[in-house]
Structures are given as C-alpha cells and as structure tokens.
Ligand binder design. Structure first.
Ligand SMILES: [Zn+2]
Length: 94
C-alpha cells in the first residue's frame, strides 16, 4: 500500500461496479458526475412576501425548493461543503 502524504484521501474503490454507477448531471454546471461524487444542496431560496408570491410563477416556486445534486467543484464553489474537513476519521490513523 502506497502511503500518501496528502492531507486528504480519496478512497473510493469502484473497480468492480464501475460503469453501473449512475451518473448525475450537476445542477449548477451541467457536468456529468458519478453519483457517489455528488453533493446534495437545497436551494434555500424561499419567497415569503405574499405580494411577490402572487406575481411569481408557481412552477418557479417549485423549482426554488428543488434539491440539487452538484459536483464537488460546484459544491466547494458555492460553499455547500466546507473545505478541508474530512468526516472519514477512521482513515486518518497513521
Ligand atoms: Zn458542477
């Protein structure tokens, strides 16, 4: 096992099931991303003003509450995920 000196690890082992993984189109940039790479983002944009609500198309409102799947770079760019914090702590043992 090669030891990486990088502060993070990308240990996704997909060799066997590669190709069967679903790809999702990024909701922001439109890039095709494997599903395991995507992040979920909710568009937290809600219109509460009743006067605006009357003017706005209902379909648009629905769109605003949609859950987005975004690629890692977009997630970082839009601060959906925080950078540099790894949740997978069990891999961090030296
Ligand atoms: Zn993207």
């Amino acid at each position: 096992m090669p030891v990486s000196t990088a502060p993070y690890k990308r240990e996704y082992l997909h060799t066997k099931r590669r190709g069967r993984e679903a790809t999702i189109i990024c909701g922001i940039c439109g890039k095709k991303v494997p599903r395991w790479k995507t992040f979920e983002a909710r568009k937290g944009f809600r219109i509460t003003d009743p006067t605006i609500l009357q003017q706005v198309d209902k379909r648009l409102l629905h769109l605003n509450q949609e859950q987005l799947k975004v690629c890692p770079s977009c997630a970082r760019f839009h601060h959906i995920v925080k950078r540099g914090k790894s949740v997978r702590k069990k891999h961090m043992k030296i």
